[in-house]
Structures are given as structure tokens and as C-alpha cells.
Design a protein around this ligand. Structure first.
Ligand code: FES
Ligand code: FES
Length: 162
């Protein structure tokens, strides 16, 4: 038995300690936002947050996990996440959608740490997320638009002393 804290809730899974987290999430807990792509930490389809940082859940054994897991389904989303998601919709980023939970989590992680990323920093942060539909130009546009929106909302908050 293993206890996992997923999206703020404690869950118990009766699985082998070597089972990758992705299998536990999808097959045991019915959390299907994270997707199986390569199973080798190469594509980013299975991205989730562990203690706030993006990780590849396909290569993370359940027995090694300590801390909080967040998936795209997390109902308590940060402001940054919400802005990213809104911009993804506005720019109609998704094509088949398979890679997009991972793309959004990686983009939100970047913008949580850096709200004015350079092209190079965007490329570096997003390089672990592959899109077979080739939505990269829209991903970059949406990410930059989200960055602008976050910066202007920060300026407004600073102006009113929040
Ligand atoms: S399925 Fe995990 S990185 Fe591809
Ligand atoms: S939208 Fe189809 S794989 Fe990225």
C-alpha cells in the first residue's frame, strides 16, 4: 500500500513500489490527464508536478515519491496556470490535444518562475515536451501572450499596492 497526495487529496494505492506513477494515476486512480507517450522520459506527455516541479511520471516509481503531486486536473489552480490555460484556448493551441496537459504544466511552471522569458529560455523550458501535431508556433505565441498578461496584471497590482 502506498499513500499519495494527489491534487490536494490523500489517496491509497495497492500497487508494487516499482510501478511508475503514471500507471498508478491513470489505472488505479482514474486520473487520465497525464498521458502515456514513450514511457522513457522522452516526450513529456506524462508530465505532472511533484512538489511544484514538472516531472515525467512514466519513470517515477511510486515507492520513491515523497510530497505533493499535481496533475492538470487540480481544481486549486494557481493564477499563472489559469492565465496559461486561457491563452491556450484563445490561441487554439491544441490539435489532437494528446500532449497538451504536459505542455500546459511545463509552460505554467516556466511562467511561475520567470514572467518575462526569452525565446531561448522558452525553448529550454519546453524542450522536454514533444508535440507530434507540430503545434509549437501556437504554443510559443500563447506562452508569450500569457507572459505579457501576467506582467501587466503584476504592474496593475503594484500600482494599487496589492
Ligand atoms: S510518456 Fe513519459 S516522457 Fe513520454
Ligand atoms: S496537439 Fe497533438 S500531439 Fe500535440
Amino acid at each position: 500500500m502506498h499513500q499519495l497526495k494527489v491534487n490536494g487529496e490523500l489517496k491509497t494505492v495497492d500497487v508494487d513500489e516499482n510501478m511508475p506513477l503514471l500507471w498508478a494515476l491513470r489505472d488505479e486512480l482514474g486520473i487520465t490527464g497525464p498521458k502515456f507517450g514513450c514511457g522513457k522520459s522522452l516526450c513529456g506527455a506524462c508530465t505532472v508536478y511533484l512538489n511544484g516541479n514538472p516531472v515525467k511520471s512514466c519513470v517515477l516509481p511510486v515507492g520513491n515519491i515523497q510530497g505533493d503531486i499535481e496533475t492538470i486536473e487540480n481544481p486549486n489552480r494557481s493564477e499563472v496556470f489559469q492565465v496559461v490555460q486561457k491563452k491556450w484556448i484563445e490561441h487554439q493551441v491544441a490539435q489532437c490535444g494528446y500532449c497538451q496537459p504536459g505542455q500546459i504544466l511545463s509552460a505554467a511552471s516556466l511562467l511561475s518562475n520567470n514572467q518575462n522569458p526569452s525565446d531561448e529560455q522558452i525553448d529550454t523550458a519546453m524542450q522536454g515536451n514533444i508535440c507530434r501535431c507540430g503545434t509549437y508556433p501556437r504554443i510559443k505565441k500563447a506562452l508569450k501572450d500569457a507572459a505579457s498578461s501576467l506582467q501587466s496584471s503584476k504592474i496593475k497590482k503594484d500600482d494599487v499596492g496589492e
